[in-house]
Design a protein around this ligand. Structure first.
Ligand code: SIN
Ligand code: FE2
Length: 199
């Protein structure tokens, strides 16, 4: 296994795991965003998310007034989401291998883009059908504070600074733990890719 830090049972931080491949990841992000632009989705309560999102893969995570779900079509274009590039699946698979999760073949990648003031409040990733697969999260760009709690929203989260190239993997006992991202500071911009087995 690659050296890593553990911050909760089943949750690992691989510092700099994606740094060497970041150029290819950015090129793929640009290609995907040209077909499926980043946009601010509405949540069921009516608010607009501060983070801009898009997706690639067989299905994409979407939100609107009706709720959250995985959809094979991009609601903005009516077209299927762009295919997941090989450098994405390869990185996600290697990160899962490195943390003991074995073979991981994601079918969905949620792509987040944060600028100053954007963040994600504490939530669980629970729209996937398969909770036996981990979540693999790749951070690019400005540093951000990742909050990682427990099974209850009330559990005090630990705070982890995620820098460019860092990869987080969580699954098993912490697969449904609450997590979020603190609002980014002035001048910051950050991409995050989360790989999921949604179907
Ligand atoms: C998320 O939970 O979807 C966001 C994770 C991150 O941006 O680090
Ligand atoms: Fe999440």
């Amino acid at each position: 296994m690659t050296p890593h830090e553990t911050f909760a049972e089943g949750a690992f931080l691989l510092r700099g795991f994606a740094t060497a491949g970041a150029g290819m990841l950015y090129a793929s992000i640009d290609r995907i965003a040209a077909q499926a632009p980043f946009r601010h989705m509405t949540v069921p309560g009516g608010h607009t998310m501060s983070v801009a999102i898009t997706n690639c893969g067989d299905v994409g995570w979407v939100s609107d007034r009706k709720g959250y779900r995985y959809d094979p079509l991009n609601p903005l274009t009516g077209l299927p989401w762009p295919q997941m590039p090989e450098c994405f699946t390869d990185l996600a698979g290697r990160a899962a291998d490195a943390t003991g999760y074995g073979h991981f073949l994601p079918d969905a990648c949620l792509m987040n883009y944060y600028t100053a003031g954007a963040g994600v409040s504490l939530h669980q990733d629970k729209n996937e059908r398969d909770f036996t697969a981990p979540i693999v999260s790749v951070s690019l760009g400005s540093s951000a504070t990742f909050l990682f709690g427990g099974m209850s929203r009330k559990d005090t989260p630990c705070r982890i600074i995620l820098d460019h190239g860092d990869v987080v993997v969580w699954g098993g006992p912490s697969r449904l733990f609450f997590h979020g991202v603190a609002k980014l500071k002035q001048g910051a911009s950050r991409h995050n890719l989360t790989f999921r087995k949604a179907l």
